[in-house]
Design a protein around this ligand. Sequence first.
Ligand code: HEM
Length: 356
Amino acid sequence: MAKLALLAVLASLLGAVSGEFSIYAGYGFPPPNPSVPYPLPPACPPLSPAPGLKVGHYADKDKCPGAEEIVREVVEKATAGEKAGLIRLFFHDCFVEGCDGSVLLSGTDTERTAFPNLSLRGFELIEEAKAKLEKHCPGIVSCADIVAFAGRDASYSLSYGRINYRVPAGRYDGKVSRANDTFQNLPPPFGDLALTTAMFAAKGLNQNEMVVLSGAHSIGRSACSSFPDRLPPAANSSTAMEPKLAGQLTATCSAGSSVNVPQDAVTPDRLDNQYYKNVVSRDVLFNSDASLTTSSQTEDLVEFYAGNLPFLGGKFLGPLAWYHDFEDAMVKMGYIGVKTSAEGEIRKTCASINKP
Ligand code: HEM
C-alpha cells in the first residue's frame, strides 16, 4: 500500500508540474502504461453479516421508532438526481473507512475534499434527516445508518418500488476521515475489469456483486471530466464507446469538462436493467462499465441482466433477477467495516464529530 501511495503522490506531482488536470492522479493512480499494469490490491474474505446490525434496530421503544419513516419522507421529496446521489453516497461511504458516515465529515483534507467525492450530492438531505431525528430522539440514530436507509429509499423510489429491501442497522459513526484514504479505495472510471474486480474483492465483494452494483449507472449523471480516456473512442478496441454516443458526447463535452451528461441516455432517471443493454451496445461512459464484457463470466451476466440470455446458473428472467440481486448486494455492501460503540459514536450532526 505504501508503494501505491507513493505512486499516487508522484502522479499528482506530475499533474501539477504539467499544469494539467489528471483524472488518474485524482483517483491516486499514475497515468496508464500498457506495459506496466496497475498493481492489484489483495482480496479480503467475503463479507458476512456484521454482528452488531439488526433489521428494525431502531423500532424498539427505547430506541427510535419511526426513524426509518423520517428518513424516507426526506428522500421521497428529493429530485431524481439527488436520489441518484444518495445511492452513490452510500457506496462511497462504505468503500472508504467502512460504512461509518466518514464521507459526511467536512473540514480540511477530509474524504469529502478528495477528487472522486467532489461531485457527490445529497449531503443536505442527510443533514436534514439527521436534524429531524435529533429532535425526535436525540443521540440515537447514526449518520452511517441514515446514509444506508437513504440509499435504500432512493433505490426504492428510482426503481418504482422494485428494489425494496430491509436494512440491517446499528452502525456507529467513525471519527476519522482522510482525503488520502479515498486513493486506491474508490474504483476509478478508467479501470479495467481486473482492477475493478480486485478493488471490490478488497472490500469482500465478489465479481458478480460488482457487476450487479454497477447497474446503479443506469441513473444519475457524470461530468465530462470523468471519462477523458473514452473520447475519441480508441480504434480497434472491443470496448470503445459506440460511435454515435461518442460523437454526441464529444460535441456536448466541448463546452467544458465540468458539463454533466446522463449516464443512461435511454431511461436516465429509472433504476433498471437498461444499464446492461447499454453495456452490450457500448453506450456507456466509463471503461469500468464497458470492460464488463471482457470476460466470458461477466459478459454472460451482463447479457443475462440485459434479457438476452434466458437463464444463467439456475436463474431465470435476468431483468427481474437483477432487482433482487441488487437488493442483496446493497445489503452486503452495508457490512463493510461496520464500527462498534467502542470504535465510533452517534454524531449530533453528520458533518462533524462530537465535541469531547
Ligand atoms: C464499479 C466501479 C465504479 C466506478 C468506477 C464508478 C465511477 C463513477 C463515476 C466516475 C461517476 C460520475 C462522477 C461525476 O463525474 O460526477 C459515477 C456516478 C455514479 N455512480 Fe458510480 N462507480 C462505480 C460503482 C458504483 C456503485 C457500486 C454504485 C452504487 C451502488 C454507483 C453509483 C453511482 C451513481 C448513482 C452515480 C450518479 C451520481 C449522481 O448523479 O450524482 N457507482 N460513478
